[in-house]
Design a protein around this ligand. Structure first.
Ligand code: GAL
Length: 352
């Protein structure tokens, strides 16, 4: 169902619409929408994780273009700065965006922007990260992501020994869910969390610094494994271990199926990642946004915390199933992965 259908007629709605016009002053056509425009604002949180600019943005833009000739996308990236993102949201509303597709740096802080958008009759689609009061929400089963990562680490380590845990940003609502799911599996095993870190900006740099500092207290060679909540951090973890003189690494987890991570999995440096079909997520978000601006039905939704939602399934990727997951899904070609540096490892992994 689309809660924002623009086909409302009749005396009652005229009264409501007149009130709305008085409230926001930008509704020239009296249709109750925030503006006549078909501008879709896409607000993404950061650039250090490769998914946003390499996949989310282009896939979203391409789908909007395919579905709607007269729509345009205004892309805004917050560079992990929540205050900057609030301003981006405010200016998108003032500039007449018809809908916000919003992946918040800080889920709680963004609740204010949601209210402000809605008071200007601009619907908000929470993209990948939940925001209270959003009109729609799209994401993966994020607790399951953490559980799959934790289970994989338990299996790969044999379930005993010391590990380090690197979680995502505390302002990112997904990070808490990944952490919860991962702890479920890890705490039920014989693994001991020697030290745990909530990385404030998800950055590889901070992950590397954390592990480097831990290596003053912990013998890297004695580590049973490392839980890294995403691939960017996994890269930082492995860089720190390498700088400490290690050439073989204990199992390290990840998420996002970044190309560099898939290559590290092929070469044996990283144990696993989580593949989330960003194409499915970005294209569905584009469909929802276009349906909203056109007053069409968004299709069947499920309820998540009181918000009409679309929740997708994550998948584990290890060396054994790269072909059946990211390659089969067209996320990467074998050529993307198997650059000359990885040719031998690819052959050994049955990938060439
Ligand atoms: C999460 C997102 C992950 C990862 C991370 C870092 O919210 O679900 O895919 O990108 O943020 O930005």
């Amino acid at each position: 169902m689309n809660k924002f259908a623009r086909t409302v007629v009749g005396a009652a709605s005229v009264v409501v619409l007149t009130a709305a016009l008085g409230a926001c002053g930008g509704d020239d056509d009296g249709d109750g929408g925030g503006s006549d425009s078909k501008t879709i604002a896409l607000l993404l949180p950061e650039t250090k994780t490769t998914r946003y600019e390499a996949f989310d943005k282009p896939l979203f833009e391409a789908k909007v273009k395919e579905l709607c000739d007269d729509c345009d996308v205004k892309y805004l990236n917050a560079d992990q700065d929540s205050a900057k993102q609030q301003q981006q949201a405010e200016s998108a509303i003032t500039d007449g965006a018809a809908v916000l597709v919003f992946d918040p740096v800080d889920g709680d802080a963004a609740a204010g922007a949601v209210k402000s958008a809605q008071s200007s009759k601009v619907p908000v689609v929470a993209y990948d990260r939940f925001m209270e009061g959003a009109d729609y929400y799209l994401s993966f089963d994020n607790e399951k992501v953490g559980e799959l990562q934790g289970q994989a680490l338990v299996e790969a380590t044999g379930g005993s020994g010391d590990i380090l845990m690197l979680n995502g940003s505390p302002t990112d609502p997904n990070a808490a869910q990944f952490k919860k799911g991962a702890h479920k599996a890890i705490d039920a095993s014989g693994l001991t969390v020697a030290a745990e870190y909530d990385n404030p900006d998800w950055s590889p740099d901070n992950a590397q610094k954390f592990v480097t500092s831990q290596l003053n207290n912990v013998d890297g060679a004695a580590l049973a494994g490392v839980y890294a909540a995403n691939d960017g951090q996994a890269g930082g973890v492995i860089a720190a271990l390498r700088a400490d003189g290690m050439t073989k690494f204990p199992p390290v987890t990840g998420q996002d199926a970044e190309l560099a991570a898939i290559q590290r999995i092929v070469s044996g440096d990283q144990y696993m990642t989580i593949y989330k079909s960003i194409k499915t997520e970005a294209e569905k978000a584009a469909e929802v946004a276009v349906a909203i601006v056109n007053g069409d039905d968004v299709g069947e939704t499920t309820d998540y915390e009181g918000v009409d939602s679309f929740i997708f399934d994550p998948a584990v990727v290890t060396k054994d199933n790269i072909k059946d997951t990211v390659v089969a899904d067209g996320f990467y070609t074998v050529e993307d992965i198997c650059t000359p540096e990885y040719a031998d490892a690819c052959k050994a992994a049955g990938l060439s």
